[in-house]
Design a protein around this ligand. Structure first.
Ligand SMILES: Nc1ncnc2c1ncn2[C@@H]1O[C@H](COP(=O)(O)OP(=O)(O)OP(=O)(O)O)[C@@H](O)[C@H]1O
Ligand SMILES: [Mg+2]
Length: 253
């Protein structure tokens, strides 16, 4: 059991009209019976950049896999006014770009170009537009000249960057990244952080990289044991050493 925070945590959720994403009391158990999500409530406004943190096994990836319907059926999730249900999945998947924790789950085509082109082609875009989107997405992750390389022969960090490009090429409205800096070298990490900072779209990013959180995300959500245990301004939460300690996070100071 995690240690309970000694005072009820002040919620500082920004006010917004027309929430872009809303989750109301989401529960989920894996087929083996493991209860991975226990009543998640979360609203995200357009343009917000939010970090999702918490110890291994907290349920971060499980939550993210719900956001475009990979896990769960008819879940209590609404995205851009659309209820997340079977009939809406194609639309929702065009809105929510999800990058998996493990790039081997994302890359399945022989070449990098084909992997990044897959989504736009699937959207029925003309060939020239697809080519432009691939070039733009590869440039965005600093992998301009990798189009003809074999995806499965890349290093882990390179695969991670190509995975992000596959989703950027879809021009999503919400970017959901599961541990994007894991396995990146310092230069690639820094360029990804700068890129995400300049990207003017809503994003939810799970990470163990609290320095990146401090640097990039005004709002931080802490999960532990399938629940959200704090949700508020990053600069305030990062100062609360008891809270961080109680949920397996290390203070930056
Ligand atoms: N396919 C599965 N079947 C059963 N249990 C699972 C499955 N995948 C994950 N779990 C369990 O669900 C819980 C949440 O896992 P999840 O991968 O969402 O955690 P996480 O917060 O992303 O952790 P990490 O920081 O290690 O990536 C864990 O206890 C995990 O063991
Ligand atoms: Mg995870």
């Amino acid at each position: 059991m995690p240690v309970k925070h000694k005072t009820p945590f002040e919620l500082i959720i920004p006010e917004c009209e027309g929430d872009l994403l809303q989750i109301q009391d989401l529960h989920f158990a894996y087929p083996d019976g493991h209860q991975a999500l226990r009543g998640i409530n979360l609203s995200i406004c357009e343009g917000e950049k939010i970090a999702l943190v918490g110890p291994n096994g907290a349920g971060k990836s499980t939550l993210m896999l719900h956001l475009n319907g990979i896990l769960g059926e008819d879940t209590p999730i609404t995205i851009a006014g659309l209820k997340l249900e079977k009939g809406n999945l194609p639309l929702i998947r065009a809105l929510v770009g999800l990058v998996f924790q493990n790039p081997d789950d994302q890359l399945f085509s022989p070449t990098v170009f084909e992997d990044v082109a897959f989504g736009p082609l699937h959207m029925g875009l003309p060939e020239e537009e697809v080519r432009l989107r691939v070039e733009e997405a590869l440039a965005a992750v600093g992998m301009d000249n990798f189009g003809s390389r074999l995806s499965h022969h890349l290093s882990m960090g390179q695969k991670k960057r190509i995975s992000i490009a596959t989703v950027l090429a879809m021009h999503p409205q919400i970017l959901v990244l599961d541990e994007p800096t894991a396995g990146l070298d310092p230069r690639a990490r820094r360029s990804l952080i700068n890129f995400l900072r300049d990207l003017p779209i809503t994003m939810l990013v799970s990470t163990h990289d609290l320095r990146m959180v401090a640097d990039l995300f005004p709002r931080m959500v802490i999960m532990d044991e399938g629940k959200i245990v704090a949700d508020g301004q990053t600069q305030l939460l990062l100062k609360d050493e008891d809270l961080l300690l109680a949920h397996g996070l290390e203070s930056l100071s």
